[in-house]
Design a protein around this ligand. Structure first.
Ligand SMILES: Cc1cc2nc3c(=O)[nH]c(=O)nc-3n(C[C@H](O)[C@H](O)[C@H](O)COP(=O)(O)OP(=O)(O)OC[C@H]3O[C@@H](n4cnc5c(N)ncnc54)[C@H](O)[C@@H]3O)c2cc1C
Length: 422
């Protein structure tokens, strides 16, 4: 089965040329995903002269490939965030990321971004004793923080999902879904409208510190800038130091069926919530605006053989979840790289004076990428760095990262095989 992304097939196009010649700006941003784009938009709206350079096309990285679950918080449970960061930063990060979906949906409204925004909540689905215990723990922590969440029992969960496969769920009313690539392209269009110069097909191949700023080079152009924001996350290269050693790239794939019938859509996710589960190897489930059922999990779609293996898993998973559907045809399949940091938290680094980055979103970057992109813009506009939602840390290299990557992805393949055989 050929690799074909549903999001690429259904997103609008952006008019953006490659950089050619020399320009001078206040801030240059490297990377056209949510982090870079949210930063660019905020800076441009505040009168900063800004240029954004993207190696391929806007949303080429995780921002154009993800599931589109606009969730508050992180994968990590709120209490664990406080344990890692301490109460000051833990509470600050919780507040900022609790409001992240409202920030995303607010930007979509403000800039009239057409990205099928569906702010109808998301469901974290639990199965078995450990899955349900995890839901209870998270639910209690969220209730202590006055989050608008509901703990659904097995029957209620079956009503929302249209499947009896799971025995409980947390419904989070702050959350929702989007067409993720359309959101990225909409942010880029809004940034252009505000005066940001956006360049595609412009990989930055050299970054040199000058006495009063930076010089960035691409194959056909140069940018001088007082400050630089590096927003390359899981798609980083060796442009700056050993940044790629600070995260483990784990692939996540998705398969999308042809659109379900109107009757099937009345049974399966009738409320249009996006879902993910507490499984050891996580599964995601959602519908797109046309009613295609999209199933995802850990793994990479590499070639015909591998995608056939994963398609067989997806087919058997659909049969378990929704036996009423029968065999489905998959119209699209694609995958992307998630950047897991050493502690599963995103990290803010000042790599050199005037060279900022946030990375390592560890699988939750729509809200956090938007929030941290804006936060870095706030800092460049004058806010003290100590007042941002994340503390400034030094990059931490992960030892044996290639081995760990292989371990997780092979482990996921074995898990998927086991699920099929069961
Ligand atoms: C399959 C998948 C599913 C996910 N599901 C969800 C989800 O449902 N919800 C959620 O919240 N998060 C999800 N995530 C995580 C989320 O997508 C990412 O955290 C987020 O998109 C990161 O945004 P970013 O802007 O930091 O980086 P990216 O979107 O990865 O952008 C980095 C960009 O930098 C560019 N670049 C790299 N090097 C250079 C260079 N030298 N010059 C110029 N440009 C360069 C790349 O081409 C790339 O476009 C998922 C991720 C994946 C991969």
């Amino acid at each position: 089965m050929a690799v074909r992304s549903l999001w690429t097939a259904t997103a609008p196009t952006l008019q953006a040329a490659a950089l050619s010649g020399s320009i001078n700006v206040d801030v240059a941003i490297i990377g056209g995903g949510y982090t870079g784009l949210a930063c660019a938009l905020k800076l441009a709206n505040n009168g900063t002269k800004v240029a954004l350079l993207e190696a391929q096309h806007i949303g080429f990285g995780g921002s154009g490939r993800n599931v589109g679950l606009v969730n508050p918080g992180l994968w990590m449970e709120p209490d664990d965030i406080n344990k890692r960061l301490g109460d000051d930063y833990g509470n600050r990060l919780y507040q900022a990321l609790s409001q992240a979906p409202a920030k995303v949906f607010g930007l979509i409204d403000e800039h009239q971004i057409s990205c099928n925004a569906t702010p109808k909540g998301t469901l974290q689905l639990g199965r078995g004793n450990s899955g349900l215990a995890e839901l209870d723990r998270r639910f209690n922590q969220l209730c202590q923080r006055q989050a608008p969440v509901e703990r659904l029992d097995a029957q209620q969960t079956a009503g929302y999902l249209g499947s009896e496969h799971y025995q409980g769920a947390i419904l989070d009313h702050r959350a929702g879904t989007i067409q993720p690539l359309s959101y990225a392209i909409g942010l880029a269009q809004a940034a252009q409208t505000s005066g940001c110069q956006v360049f595609e097909q412009s990989p930055v191949c050299n970054l040199v510190q000058l006495p009063h700023g930076w010089q960035l080079s691409t194959a056909h152009g140069q940018v001088t800038a007082a400050k630089v924001v590096l927003a390359t996350n899981g798609y980083s290269s060796d442009l700056v130091g050993d940044l790629i050693s600070t995260y483990i790239p784990i692939h996540f794939f998705q398969f999308a069926t042809t659109p379900l019938s109107a009757t099937q859509r009345q049974q399966i996710l009738p409320g249009l919530q996006g879902c993910w589960d507490t499984g050891l190897v996580m599964t995601s489930i959602r519908l797109d605006v046309q009613g295609r059922l999209i199933l995802g999990s850990i793994g990479q779609i590499r070639d015909g053989q591998q995608s056939r293996f994963l398609a067989n898993w997806a087919q058997s998973m659909l049969a378990k979840l929704f036996p009423q559907l029968g065999k489905q045809t998959f119209e699209y399949c694609w995958s992307g790289k998630i950047a897991y940091s050493h502690d599963n938290l995103p990290h803010l680094h000042e790599l050199q004076p005037g060279l900022l980055t946030t990375m390592g979103y560890s699988g939750r970057g729509i809200g956090p990428g938007t929030v941290m992109g804006e936060a870095m813009a706030d800092h460049l506009l004058g806010q003290a760095i100590k007042d941002l939602p994340l503390p400034l840390t030094s990059p931490t290299s992960i030892s044996w990262r290639r081995l760990k990557e292989a371990y997780y992805e092979t482990g996921a393949d074995i898990y998927h095989l086991g699920q099929r055989l069961l």
